[in-house]
Design a protein around this ligand. Structure first.
Ligand code: F6P
Length: 543
């Protein structure tokens, strides 16, 4: 017997088949008020999904899917601190980190808010002391902060620090993540050892890339200033505070968090310290408040007005019903240039799963490939495929009403491009229209026959638009939390655990096995001939 979610997805597939030739544009003709009907608000953000090919009947079926998949009960379980990360037996409570109310948050019968507030206070005290110069390096006030971390211990701070560039009034921040030595080398070339603070960010404090970079940075600092500098110029962010002190980091420079904070959900925790140092603790609190607003909305708004639920359902429509494999995120906001990379980890590490919470293979597709680049750059690179390629690529457009830093009429031009793209993708251009245009330009019939097919656009390509007043810390907090909860809702519907990441382990294990082989300390015995051949060729090239 198929489960109710699969049965409902099948209903949606039938509905899609019946409406296969439906044009989104004609839905606007049928209902002149389509924008009001198919858009919703949360906090400062307007979410317009009216340019997706959905009708009221489609949305009804999708909302029924959310009900049948018991999204509401699963959401309650998450907010109640139940161990919904079943393969690691952990609660999922990143919302507690941005709980700006006085309400307690219980995990395992304990209110976790006092610990959270204590760490946040310590972080703020340290961040403000670094910003003011009260906490300084051997050469005086810190001019540079180097955050060493990877994945969730890097992408969140990198993305948010870039996004909030106009609010950055603290020391310069640099981020080192890759085990490729070039990453740390290029940063070390730019900074002065006597005025640089290193922050080692790692939930586990065992990640190969981070520990390798941290040791290289440590050695570089010791070479320049002596062993004594480590205690003064290193800080750590981790759940493993025993390991941070073994590294030589002073206890009052080690900021903790907890195993119920997933790495890719950790920007709200101590992992946010480089951001806090960059923009100040008050603005960091505004960032948390933005996310808290979304948490409250997500917990209480009815499904048909609930932005994360609507975002998730539109995504499911595209992925499971229409069969679109990828999802583009296109910020028309240069400051959000790392947002697509951030969302790649959030979405693909969370929902890139093929086994459900009961250990069975899922009966449907799960997370799409998420990718993107800021507009308008993407327009001159890959939009050709989005407009005229054989794959349909649903896309999110993110647009600010006001520029974070206004320059002439740049912002109006940027916004005109964003709106134009969503319209062009939906409306398209028929061959008849293309022919008429060419004819009006005086082209002869023969040339029109040749060129017209290339000038037509199929249209009907779905986009959602997020419009926000301006990219402030508060708005950024809202945007990130919206996507986090979207990922949760989709995972709930697909019945997968969005909070583990076993898929990253095998590669790590094999890298560990291959390291002595690559170093020439062991032979690549018993491995496949491709790996053996590559290892041999590698050694031959280095001779
Ligand atoms: O390899 C994946 C991962 O475990 C991510 O989930 C995590 O964000 C990243 O590695 C870094 O882990 P850590 O913070 O423990 O160094």
């Amino acid at each position: 017997m198929i489960d109710t979610t699969t049965a409902q997805l099948e209903k949606l597939v039938t509905h899609h088949r019946v409406n296969e030739n439906r044009q989104t544009l004609s839905l606007f003709d049928e209902n002149s008020d389509r924008f009001s009907l198919f858009s919703a608000h949360c906090g400062d953000i307007v979410f317009d999904y009216s340019k997706c090919n959905v009708s009221s009947e489609t949305m009804g079926l999708l909302l029924e899917l959310a009900t049948k998949a018991k999204v509401s009960g699963k959401r309650q379980a998450m907010f109640a601190g139940e161990p919904i990360n079943s393969t690691e037996n952990r609660a999922v409570q990143h919302m507690a980190l941005r709980n700006m109310s006085d309400a307690p948050v219980m995990i395992d019968g304990k209110d976790v808010m006092p610990d959270i507030l204590a760490v946040r206070k310590d972080m703020a005290r340290f961040a403000e002391a670094v910003r003011s110069g009260k906490v300084a390096g051997k050469g005086g006030k810190f001019t540079d902060i180097v955050n060493i971390g990877i994945g969730g211990s890097d992408l969140g701070p990198v993305m948010a620090t870039a996004a909030l560039g106009p609010f950055h009034d603290g020391p310069n921040t640099h981020f080192v993540s890759n085990v490729d030595g070039a990453d740390i080398l290029e940063v070390l070339k730019k900074v002065n050892p006597a005025t640089t603070l290193f922050i080692v960010a790692s939930k586990t404090f065992t990640t190969q890339e981070t520990m390798t970079n941290a040791n290289t940075a440590r050695q570089w600092l010791v070479n320049a200033l002596g062993e004594g500098a480590v205690v003064n110029q290193f800080a750590a962010l981790s759940t493993s505070l025993d390991k941070t002190s073994a590294f030589g980091i002073a206890d009052d420079r080690a900021f903790g968090f907890w195993d119920w904070v997933g790495g890719r959900y950790s920007i709200w925790s101590a992992i946010g310290l480089p951001l806090m140092i960059a923009i100040g603790s008050k603005r960091f609190d505004e960032f948390l408040s933005g996310a808290h607003t979304v948490d409250q909305h997500f917990e209480t708004a009815p499904d048909n007005q609930n932005l994360p639920v609507l975002m998730a359902l539109i995504g499911i429509w595209h992925r499971n019903v229409c069969g679109y494999d990828t999802h583009a995120v296109l910020p028309y906001d240069q400051y959000l240039h790392r947002f697509p990379a951030y969302l790649q980890q959030l979405d693909m590490e969370s929902n890139g799963k093929r086994i459900d919470v009961n250990g069975k293979s899922v009966a449907h597709e799960t997370g799409p490939v998420v990718w993107g680049e800021p507009g308008t750059n993407g327009q001159h690179a890959f939009y050709q495929l989005i407009h005229q390629g054989t794959s349909v690529i649903p896309a999110d457009f993110l647009v600010a009403a006001e520029a974070a830093e206004p320059v002439g009429d740049h912002h109006e031009k940027l916004v005109a491009n964003a709106f134009a793209q969503t319209e062009a993708l939906m409306v398209g251009k028929t061959e008849a229209q293309a022919r008429k245009e060419l004819h009006d330009k005086g082209m002869d019939a023969n040339a029109i026959d040749k060129l017209a097919p290339h000038k037509m656009f199929p249209g009907n390509r779905p986009t959602c638009t997020f419009l926000y007043p301006k990219l402030t810390p508060f708005v950024l907090g809202q945007l990130v939390a919206l996507y986090e909860h979207k990922v949760f809702v989709q995972g709930a519907i697909w019945n997968i655990n969005s909070f583990d990441q076993w898929g990253v382990e095998l590669g790590k294990e094999l890298a560990g096995e291959l390291l002595p082989v690559v170093k020439g300390e062991q032979k690549a015995m018993g491995r496949n001939s491709s790996t053996v051949g590559l290892v041999d060729a590698f050694h031959a090239m280095r001779k």
